[in-house]
Structures are given as structure tokens and as C-alpha cells.
Design a protein around this ligand. Structure first.
Ligand code: UDP
Ligand code: MG
Length: 170
């Protein structure tokens, strides 16, 4: 089945300069990147992303972690991967949630760690099923930022202020 899935390189992955290594591991999957951007994560975005974990003891640490509070890089790299069985293939390359239990050649097994406060700094996020992928892709991306039509869209007319370049490119 053709699927799309959200991948985030978390702040620890960026602080450790792992972007190239991570993208190289994903090339094995032969999936396509159909959206990609850097984002400074607000508290509300982090809380919405992890809302199903809000009763866990590590929730507040997890929100700070995703916002980059523990690292020198206060940003994440968000991507949408697309292709045959994208969700399972990406999760396979990521490895298990707990970096100690993850396959050593997986991204989390190679680069993740458990902090002294108990949070798994596991370098990467990947959607775990179709429903989660749809919720997360719609949370992190606008339709025009994705180069394929993955979910139905609608046109709305809004009036708002927009920041543009002060001078045109020459
Ligand atoms: N997490 C943690 N301790 C746990 C479980 C999860 O620190 O016992 C963190 C970890 O960073 C993980 C994230 O919370 O990636 C989301 O947890 P989930 O169970 O959704 O795992 P994932 O889908 O990321 O493998
Ligand atoms: Mg999850």
C-alpha cells in the first residue's frame, strides 16, 4: 500500500550533526521525501504532537526535549516520506522506542541514549500507523508544503498580513 509518514529529526539528532547519517540510512528504503522543513517548535505544537502521552510521568520532560530545551539546537527537521509501505519501512530503520532495546544498526540503536532523568533521547520520530500519520502530517505541514496530494484539500479565502522580502531578488 502506498503511504505517507511524518519523520522528525529531533533536537538531539541535529545537535549531534546526524542529519546526513539519518538521511543516508533512509535511502535504503527507496522512499521519496515529498516535504521537508526546519521548525522551531512551540510548546503548544509539542504538546499537541504528543497529546496521547500527556498522562505519562515523562510528559513535561518530553515536551522540553522536543522543543530543544536540552540541546544547542532549538529546532527540528520535519519531513514527509512517501511510497510503498512507508510507515513500516521508516519505523524499521528507526528501531525500537527504547534505544537500549533498538537494533544496534537502526538509527535509534546507533545514536539514541537514555538520559539521567529517564527520557529516551532517540534522535527521531516516525508515525506508527496511517491514522497517526494523517494527524501528524496535518499538524506539521500545510497542503502547499507537500509536493503530492496526499489528503483532500479545500480552498478558503482569508485576509491576513503576510511577511514578504523587502526587496525582490535580482
Ligand atoms: N518516551 C520516553 N520514555 C518512554 C516512552 C517514550 O522518553 O518510556 C519518549 C521517546 O522520546 C519516544 C516518545 O516519548 O520517542 C514517544 O513515545 P512513543 O511511545 O510514541 O514511541 P515512538 O512512537 O516514538 O517509538
Ligand atoms: Mg509514537
Amino acid at each position: 500500500m502506498i503511504q505517507q509518514t511524518l519523520v522528525l529529526i529531533k533536537p538531539d539528532g541535529l545537535a549531534k550533526s546526524l542529519t546526513g547519517n539519518i538521511l543516508a540510512k533512509f535511502t535504503e528504503t527507496r522512499l521519496e521525501i515529498v516535504a521537508c522543513k526546519m521548525i522551531r517548535v512551540s510548546e503548544s505544537l509539542a504538546q499537541e504532537h504528543y497529546k496521547f502521552l500527556n498522562d505519562k510521568p515523562f510528559f513535561s520532560e518530553l515536551i522540553k526535549y522536543l522543543q530543544g530545551e536540552f540541546h544547542s539546537r532549538k529546532k527540528v527537521m520535519a519531513m514527509v516520506y512517501w511510497g510503498e509501505d512507508a510507515i513500516g519501512k521508516v519505523r524499521q530503520v528507526c528501531g525500537a522506542t527504547n534505544p537500549e532495546e533498538a537494533d544496534p544498526v537502526s538509527i535509534r540503536g546507533s545514536y539514541g541514549r537514555i538520559t539521567t532523568s529517564g527520557v529516551y533521547e532517540n534522535v527521531i520520530h516516525a508515525s506508527s500507523d496511517d491514522k497517526e500519520a494523517e494527524r501528524e502530517i496535518k499538524l506539521w505541514f500545510e497542503p502547499h508544503e507537500i509536493i503530492i496530494d496526499c489528503y483532500p484539500t479545500k480552498a478558503t479565502r482569508e485576509v491576513f498580513e503576510r511577511i514578504t522580502w523587502e526587496t525582490a531578488s535580482v
